[in-house]
Unconditional design. Sequence first.
Length: 641
Amino acid sequence: MATTRPVMALLLVAVAVLAGAGAARGFYLPGVAPADFRKKDPLAVKVNQLSSIKTQLPYSYYSLPFCRPGTIVDSAENLGEVLRGDRIENSLYVFEMMEPKLCQIVCKVAPNQDEAKDLKEKIDDEYRINMILDNLPLVVPIKRLDQDVPTVYQQGVHVGVKGQYSGSKEEKHFIHNHFTFLVKYHKDANTDLARIVAFEVKPYSVKHEYDGDWKETATPLKTCDPHSRRLVVDSNSPQEVEANKEIVFTYDVNFEESPIKWASRWDTYLLMADDQIHWFSIVNSLMIVLFLSGMVAMIMLRTLYRDISKYNQLEDQEDAQEETGWKLVHGDVFRPPVNADLLCVYVGTGVQFFGMLLVTLLFAILGLLSPSNRGGLMTAMLLLWVFMGLFAGYSSSRLYKMFKGSEWKNITIKTALMFPGIVFAIFFVLNALIWGEKSSGAVPFTTMFALVLLWFGISVPLVFVGSYLGFKKPAMEDPVRTNKIPRAIPEQPWYMNPVVSVLIGGILPFGAVFIELFFILTSIWLHQFYYIFGFLFLVFVILILTCAEITIVLCYFQLCGEDYQWWWRSYLTAGSSALYLFLYATFYFFTKLEITKTVSGVLYFGYMLIASYAFFVLTGTIGFYACFWFTRLIYSSVKID
């Protein structure tokens, strides 16, 4: 089930895009269509994972001693939701549309020694309870003095708080056992139908008291009774977490009509962080990068035009052979590099990654992968990666044939297995660590098997098909002949040392993305929604331009120094930006996150290592193809006997 739903969703997305704007206007992705409710219609609240930004380890809601329904029903989940650690289940919280309820008893629990200890640990680690109503996540409104944005919203409600109470110097743990829910709805003016547009809560810790025997939900409470106008409005008498001590869970629910329309209901949820996105800062950075790229391009065009004109004018002169620079290495510039097989594999993998990102961003810009489509982004990326194997095989085999290679099956197997194999090995180890912590974020073996099935059942065959098609075509001809004996490379200045030039080359591409990288890391590790895909696409275009231009510039300087070994250096020049990405991720870890557990730190650096490795493959391939196009262009533009 986890694999069939994403496939159907992706097919429906494709149909909607092909159908055009007019037809797509009435199209909704599965699970995100608007739901209409009448008065007294039942509203089922679902519970999701317990999450913490301090541990990054999600847990199932019912792993803690909370009120359980008779039968726990898992909601159907797609592949992306499973990989994210989402575990959406039913709960005992049931509302009736537009029917306020006060002092509703959910249940009574008495945690044993281990359960009380677990509750205290979750409170220490600042775990939050996540709930869902009509596909909207539960949020806590937080007032602040900022006049521009007077209220921000925290996703999820904390399990409890830790603090001093009643003059005690010892800090104690108090559980949030009373929730005051607020459901906002937008009513249709012409009918009695309404749509839910917000789901908010205010948590309280209350030590409930009652007289007589416990009568389940019919027990009259002394601390919360709407008939005697005794409602929960503060936490002055909080409920301490103690072993074998009763905890009564209660809730209120109110309904409020709102002018917000259903189509705009996610706007509030996308403004959850205190540090809002600085639009002008992003635009300013992009303009600087664009200006710098334009300057680089202009300098390159003028310099090259002068060089080519001079060489062509000197064609018939005797001193033409004494010219120094990039023309002198024309007999060696297209000599196959060392480890040409590996280069072909990485180039093919980079093409696969590039295609996946490009199509994913286009879908996201169209609004098809919005936060409301839970798990849709990750599902789409996985499926697109699988189908882009066709282009990976084609690219690697075309380059391999140009290098006069003949064992195309070997190169195909390496392309299909190397990058995914390394990533899967790291992911498997990290998943084992999560499993050891008994976290719900651990990917089940059935899902792991589904991933392997997608890899070997679809991706690998597509890589072979693409490789066969690419190898079948005639090899690309070099614009100049390659000498049999390689030319000696003169000693290079220090700044053209391979290590120095490669490290310099990665700075500009990283500079193009590091501001956006901050928001991406924040959305991933601080559990906020990322939604500015339009800006992300613009940053992606800027990244392509900067990778291409810095690689071309450094490649030109290298050839002018009569160093013709540009193949690997062009890949590593742009790819070195991944090193800066990992260093920035390390800086972010120590300055922005409060992770204390060793396992959580290993998970963070493990996943960021995978991200940096993927970024290396992507940027390296962009730089390689830019330099490949550039060298073929300039050597086909000069007259060489």
